[in-house]
Design a protein around this ligand. Structure first.
Ligand code: NAD
Length: 340
């Protein structure tokens, strides 16, 4: 029996999660929702995804646009075992009432505060914390990126202290109302909220983060300084640990990946759906070790990095895999990721 899944909110994250669910052998995508007709709504129907109406506007606008809908979000919730909420920031919390009324398990996204769900989730970081839960929150794109790297470094050498600066993209590529288009905006909350968010995965991690927003839409870049508990032999050993871990993609100097433009060009060449890069991206020559002090950059494709995590969250919830490593391997094989 496949676990039946709904995706509520077919936007940047939702349409990717829907495609990822549809590709898993143990999950069934039962339907997706839109609040109003759009090219994305039309595309969902063209892909064969039953489309339901969420929000309070009803089906009239869809009918006027000639887009066939299968019912309301409540109809959809009655047909599934779990809903992946991918509505905008803070709307997930409002939707939670619908899910509770319908008795449907729910996965929320990182735009919600941690207490929206029973636990926060990252597959490499705390897969077992998701087991049997009725609700989970997949942490945000930046938190996912740090949690994955922390999982690798903690397992191998332990982490005494982590300091990171997050260089954040101003908007997603399809957004035309956010900025800045010329400027660098320091996030005046010091340290930024990302460090505490990572501690929803690793409560004992000593971490402080700061953030700036810059005029780019492609990816975030993290500048990390980590004091490890034990010194690795050399930088190659650290690179090897990242290279062997799923959900990491490393570029060698000869590949001439200078920054995020070439990473996205690689993504277009690789041709996964939406030209996504769901892995943390590291540069071999962007990692240095000085005793126990590790310095490294990583780039995070904000639109897609959480997508495989949503799949693993469902598996953890329903006990569909014996452990996190098995779930991650299943997800990555189905998605065609590098380390599958
Ligand atoms: P988005 O705006 O691209 O998509 C949200 C979708 O939800 C839209 O289709 C919108 O019409 C729909 N929606 C609006 N109200 C709704 C409602 N009441 N019920 C159901 N659907 C509704 O947003 P997004 O970027 O996909 O973000 C979704 C969540 O994922 C947020 O919590 C966000 O913080 C998180 N997230 C976003 C990114 C990113 O970079 N875009 C990365 C990681 C996590």
């Amino acid at each position: 029996m496949k676990v039946r899944v709904a995706v509520n909110g077919y936007g940047t994250i939702g349409k990717r999660v829907a495609d990822a669910v549809a590709r898993q052998p143990d999950l069934e995508l039962v339907g997706v929702t839109k609040t109003q007709p759009s090219f994305e709504a039309r595309h969902a129907v063209e892909k064969g995804y039953p489309l339901y109406v969420s929000g309070d506007k009803g089906p009239a606008a869809f009918e006027a646009a000639g887009i066939k809908v299968a019912g309301t979000v409540n109809d959809l919730l009655g047909k599934v075992d779990v809903v992946v909420d991918s509505a905008p920031d803070k709307v997930g919390r409002l939707n939670r009432e619908l899910y509770q009324k319908a008795g449907t398990r729910a996965i929320f996204q990182g735009g919600e505060k941690a207490d929206v769900a029973e636990a926060s989730f990252n597959a490499l970081g705390n897969y077992d914390a998701g087991r049997g839960k009725k609700s989970l929150r997949v942490v945000s794109c930046n938190t996912t990126g740090i949690a994955r790297a922390a999982a690798v470094l903690r397992n191998q050498w332990g982490v005494e202290r982590w300091e990171a600066t997050l260089i954040r993209r101003a908007a997603d590529p399809a957004e035309s109302k956010r900025g800045p288009i010329n400027g660098i905006l320091p996030t005046m909350q010091l340290p930024s909220h990302h460090g505490p968010d990572v501690r929803t995965i690793f409560p004992d991690l000593s971490i402080a983060t700061t953030a700036v927003v810059v005029p780019t839409t492609l990816m975030h870049v993290h500048v990390n300084h980590v004091t490890l508990s034990r010194a690795p032999t050399d930088a190659r050993e650290v690179l090897g640990a990242f290279r062997r871990s799923p959900r990491f993609l490393l570029f060698a100097p000869w590949e001439h990946v200078e920054g995020t433009p070439q990473i996205m060009e690689y993504a277009r060449d690789r041709g996964l759906g939406f030209n996504d890069v769901m892995e943390n991206v590291l540069w071999e020559d962007g990692l240095r070790l000085d005793g126990r002090d590790l310095y490294f950059f990583q780039a995070i494709h904000q639109e897609s990095v959480v997508v495989p995590e949503n799949i693993d969250a469902i598996r953890a919830m329903f006990g569909l895999a014996p452990d996190g490593a098995t779930s991650i391997a299943m997800t990555d094989r189905a998605l065609g990721l590098a380390a599958a």
